[in-house]
Design a protein around this ligand. Structure first.
Ligand code: PMP
Length: 355
């Protein structure tokens, strides 16, 4: 820390992104990226002219992409907000709507408490139930800005839309964020509810199902006044928050929507196969509606499994939080990658005398 840092940030504990190692080629199952490339239309979208046009600023309103996303989700362009990855929207939402405090599940995306701390928002957490499902009653009627990842991370468990509605209806005077980063892998989206609930802010990303984590593109759907509030924050921080190339790639992805939905189906099929295989090996894991699995094996230390797989060239995500230190989060890759993962797990189990 320099002696220049604003004292209000002195104690801030920053978010730790998953490893992006460069030391060797890993089978990378640690950051919930897609194992498949973006659609052929996305790969062909950029021309030499687009590169020349980099001298020009991007359209700060992202007009063309907002029109396409609005048509896709059955709303108006004024109900769509674009951002540099969905973390950007979450940040803006904490900045804009959380002055009376925030609430979110006790085990969820670990960035939420960081945003809260960054903006000096006091927050409460509602512990998950014993089976790792979200305690819906505990999130109802809090009178606070609420953030719910659905499906949740790192558990992968999805709430039915009827449960999400209970939270929305119980808290009409505060914004409720439904973070749908993983919704395309079998969850139910709240996107169709934005006309019904003016406090609903649905946050989505191109990083997972659309295979475009590196493009940094997120979007939100909400009632027009909420979008206007986010626009106010954006125009007060970084008006050109989505670059020209990413806007164009984002449009091509909407034009080839069926491609990524097929990939999501493939990933879901691989997920189900891997779930069965892991359970047969004695692992416990909740039913996932996301592109990752949250896995534990009695008698096999979570940190040890992480390290031994890393030594074998397979990277999974281990969390230091003592409540989940026995677990690992494993992104669903291709069938071949998951077979390699399972073989490596068996080898580690044999080494540890567990096979
Ligand atoms: N929400 C959740 C639940 C996530 O896991 C992630 C990915 N780390 C994000 C939001 C942010 O994704 P991105 O900024 O790449 O859109």
């Amino acid at each position: 820390m320099s002696r220049f840092l604003n004292t209000k940030y002195a104690d801030l504990e920053a978010y730790t992104p998953g490893e992006q190692p460069r030391d060797k080629q890993y089978i990378k199952l640690n950051t919930n990226e897609s194992p498949y490339p973006p659609s052929p239309q996305v790969l062909a979208a950029l021309t030499g002219q687009d590169l020349e046009d980099l001298r020009l600023y991007s359209d700060p309103e992202g007009t063309a992409l907002r029109e396409k996303l609005a048509a896709l989700y059955g709303c108006q362009p004024g109900n769509v907000f674009l951002s540099n990855g969905s973390d950007d929207i979450l940040n803006f939402a904490f900045m804009a709507f959380a002055q009376d405090g925030a609430v979110f599940p006790g085990l969820t995306y670990s960035f939420y408490p960081v945003f809260a701390d960054l903006h000096k928002v006091p927050y409460a957490t509602v512990p998950l139930k014993e089976d790792f499902t979200v305690d819906v009653e505990g999130l109802c009627g809090t009178g606070k800005f609420t953030v719910l990842a659905n499906p949740n991370a790192p558990t992968g468990i999805a709430l039915p839309l009827s449960e999400v509605e209970k939270i929305l209806a119980s808290n009409p005077d505060r914004v409720v964020v439904i973070d749908e980063a993983y919704v395309d892998f079998g969850g139910e989206s709240a996107a169709g509810l934005i006309d019904q609930y003016d406090n609903l802010l649905v946050v989505m990303t191109y990083s997972k199902s659309r295979s475009m984590a590196g493009a940094r593109l997120g979007f939100a759907l909400a009632s027009r006044p909420i979008i206007q509030d986010l626009e106010k924050i954006k125009y007060s921080t970084n008006p050109y928050n989505v670059n020209r190339l990413t806007l164009k790639l984002g449009e091509a992805a909407v034009d080839s929507d069926a491609y990524f939905r097929d990939n999501a189906k493939k990933i879901m099929a691989t997920r189900e196969k891997t779930t069965k295989a892991l359970r047969a090996l004695g692992f416990t894991l909740p039913d996932s509606k996301s592109n990752f699995l949250f896995v534990k094996k009695e008698g096999l230390d979570g940190g040890l499994l992480y390290q031994k797989l890393k030594d074998r060239g397979i990277l999974i995500r281990h969390f230091s939080d003592p409540r989940i230190a026995q677990y690992n989060r494993v992104t669903v890759g291709t069938d071949e990658e998951m077979e390699a993962f399972l073989e490596a797990v068996k080898a580690v189990m044999a080494e540890e005398g567990l096979a």
